[in-house]
Design a protein around this ligand. Sequence first.
Ligand code: ROI
Length: 166
Amino acid sequence: MKAQAEIEVYIGLGSNLEQPEAQIKSARKEIAALPQVAECAFSSLYRSAPMGPQDQPDYVNAVMKITTDLSPMALLHALQEIENRHGRVRARRWGERTLDLDILLYGDQHIVQPDLIIPHIGIAERAFVLYPLEEIAGSDLVIPGQGTLAQLLAACPLNGLCRLPA
Ligand code: ROI
């Protein structure tokens, strides 16, 4: 039986290598199967132009909502294990990747640790995070320290983001 899930957490998923759609879909299943995690919602898949070096393929992005009683660090480590199983290698900064899993929000908490910053850094500039997030959380969602999602969306152009057919 799954332990009691308490905190609402949003996770950003991204991939632009080795069948990105399949990477995202299998990552979703692996996250949902983690002990002490329950899936609440999953956005559509979106195609987005790369942020960072432009000589890399477009990304597929999505956002997932879970509840969990894992601590932020325990969740981070569990997500890193999934990334590693997907053959994630860190080659160049902001370069291509088979799978990227980011904790976007952890309840209403502000977390600043050497290897974990929540809300996720750069969330406000990332259309490929904000629009999928809006789809499953609604625009009244408060991003701790940054206002509502509606406010962030108003300042973040789509940048060519497009929703993929289901
Ligand atoms: N660009 C897009 N479009 N989507 C991502 O998920 C993504 N992830 C990253 C960087 C390299 C910053 N660029 C991205 O980590």
